[in-house]
Design a protein around this ligand. Structure first.
Ligand code: PEP
Ligand code: MG
Length: 581
């Protein structure tokens, strides 16, 4: 009889392998009272553990695969920052001194206090930070308890790692060991560990609460990271079925890899531009792996996040220049700062207690309000444009007056740079994101004053359907196929067409192969997507005939019922089943 465990499908893919139970011994923490002369040595022991933890994390960072997204390194940086924070580095020392207790106990006291504070917070983003605190504390505890001398055995290649919970840095280490898949008892789809498993392409199932009790070391299991299934003791027929799925998955990956050097042209010969979205200039490695492509969205706010002072003009200029040079003649579209909403930085004060951050002082609104922040960025981008093709893109425009003001500031900085004898490309294209319904409704007016547009569907859907993109409770209502969303996408495409300028899409919708044919059918010819989605999107493009899909795509937009639209989408995607498994 086979055993079936249900969990949450976190990261697509089937894996078959032997169970490797990972780190199942939770540290047993007891209080010891120390003699006065033992206090200073105890503090030294604690500080040494902190240092080793930081050294381990830094070493781990060097083992991140080149083509991983910048998120991977960012998680490790977050943990490094936490290790340095006085709440974890100083407060336990104060506890050791005041309470004459051992370091483990002092750390546990502080951990419990921090967790209670996080638990009292409603914000889902901050709650994910709570897990980060626990992961960092676990790392220090392991070191304090001498596990450094007996680190958990590295799992064998292709094994299925079963753990109670894993930290993002555990995932990096496990990927290095080339495991086959992951099963955890806790964790959800939005946790950093989950995001990381997806970005590293490790099949994963989370939230299988009984896994630790029911799965034994070295027994053979099958996991399906899409359906959220873990199967033990599967019979012959079932195993054969999953082996087949695994073979299809390998063939699919192979086919996708071979797409890298092919041109991006539809089956009936229409040229399509495929570009990449990046968050940090280190993502350029992944862009280069995807082929010779440009960048359609560089989210520069990540340069400001995780630091206490904003980067000045010179620092930004050097970063942008490095990125332009790294692209070797391919275009770099630099989006000006989009801070605010769910992206906050200690370096920029947006004001305490914004009642509704997504609708508050965000993106271009903040930049226009704070010229001291905006002007250095404009100057840095202009200067970088003298080193290769650069486009400047403004986020979240709503009203033409915002565009006029931004264009004025850009013109002023051009003049200032000229009078200082600095170089820039005088014809650097300037474009804007269409991500607010108001902007989509008057897209043609924006288009007549700009060189290009790019549709940001993440926000366009959020603002059109009044669904907070960070709120799990309304996630299921987030519908890219909503007729109102599709109408706004079409209006933007029409507006750009009438003004004779190109229009791209850089929101998540552009990177989901399920929507590629629909978007091609509606007339989109430029897609900007995360580098690891390139092959899939290109695959669909090369297998689409625009002459056939245009009428069907237009028809889909008129269907009032969601079920009917999904059905029409499935019909539009017929023949792609092996890709959209
Ligand atoms: C968007 O809104 O679709 C977009 C690409 O911008 P961001 O996700 O950075 O808000
Ligand atoms: Mg946006």
């Amino acid at each position: 009889m086979s055993l079936l465990l249900n969990g949450i499908g976190i990261s697509r893919g089937v894996a078959i392998g032997r169970v490797h139970r990972y780190d199942y011994t939770a540290p047993d923490i007891r209080r010891h009272t120390l003699a006065v002369e033992a206090i200073e040595p105890e503090i030294k022991r604690f500080c040494a553990a902190l240092e080793t933890a930081a050294a381990e994390l830094r070493a781990l960072k060097t083992r991140i695969p080149e083509d991983s997204s910048s998120e991977v390194g960012a998680f490790i940086d977050t943990h490094l920052l936490m290790l340095e924070d006085h709440l974890l580095s100083r407060v336990p020392v104060e506890h050791i001194r005041a309470q004459h207790c051992n370091a483990e106990w002092a750390l546990k006291l502080q951990h419990d206090e921090l967790i209670a504070t996080f638990d009292a917070m409603a914000d889902p983003y901050l709650r994910t930070r709570r897990d980060d605190v626990s992961h960092v504390v676990d790392r220090i505890l392991r070191l304090l308890q001498h596990d450094a001398e007996r680190p958990p055995a590295a799992p064998p290649r292709t094994s299925i790692v079963v753990a109670e919970d894993l930290s993002p840095s555990d995932v990096v280490a496990l990927q290095h060991a080339r495991i086959g898949g992951l099963v955890t008892e806790y964790g959800g789809p939005l946790s950093h560990t989950a995001i990381l498993a997806r970005s590293l392409g490790i099949p994963a199932v989370m939230g299988t609460h009984a896994a630790g009790r029911l799965l034994h070391d070295t027994e053979r299991v099958i996991i399906d990271g899409e359906a959220g299934l873990v199967l033990a003791d599967a019979d012959e027929a079932l195993t054969r079925r999953f082996r087949q799925k695994l073979r299809a998955q390998r063939a699919r990956n192979e086919r996708l890899r071979s797409m890298r050097t092919l041109p991006t042209v539809t089956a009936d010969g229409a040229d399509v531009t495929l570009q990449a979205n990046i968050e940090l200039d280190t993502d350029l490695n992944a862009v280069r792996q995807a082929g010779e492509i440009g960048v359609g969205l560089y989210r520069t706010e990540f340069l400001f996040i995780g630091r206490r002072d904003p980067p000045d003009e010179e620092e930004q200029y050097k970063i942008y220049r490095r990125a332009v040079r790294g692209l070797k003649g391919q275009v770099l579209t630099i989006r000006t700062l989009d801070l605010g909403g769910d992206k906050l930085s200690d370096a920029v004060d947006i004001g305490e207690q914004t009642p509704n951050p997504a609708m508050g002082l965000r993106a271009i609104r903040l930049s226009l309000r704070e010229p001291a922040l905006f002007v250095p960025q404009l100057r840095a981008i202009l200067r970088a444009s003298s080193h290769g093709p650069v486009r400047l893109m403004l986020p979240m425009l709503t009203d033409l007056s915002e565009l006029h003001r931004a264009l004025e500031l850009i013109a002023e900085q051009r003049e200032a740079l000229s009078s200082e004898g600095r170089h820039y490309d005088p014809s650097m294209p300037i474009g804007a994101m269409i991500e607010v319904p108001a902007a989509a409704l008057i897209a043609e007016d924006f288009a007549r004053r700009l060189d290009f547009l790019s549709i940001g569907t993440n926000d366009l859907i959020q603002y059109t359907l009044a669904i907070d993109r960070t709120d799990d409770a309304v996630n299921d209502l987030y519908d890219p196929l909503h007729p109102a969303v599709l109408k706004l996408v079409r209006l933007t495409l029409d507006g750009a067409d009438k003004a004779g300028i190109p229009v791209a899409m850089c929101g998540e919708m552009a990177g989901d192969p399920a929507y590629t044919r629909l978007l091609l059918g509606l007339g989109l010819r430029e897609f900007s997507v995360p580098p690891n989605r390139h092959a899939e999107i290109k695959y669909v493009i090369t297998r689409s005939d625009v002459r056939i899909i245009s009428a069907r795509a237009a028809q889909l937009c008129t269907l009032p019922n969601r079920q009917e639209r999904l059905q029409a989408l499935a019909e539009l995607n017929r023949g792609l089943d092996e890709l959209l498994l």
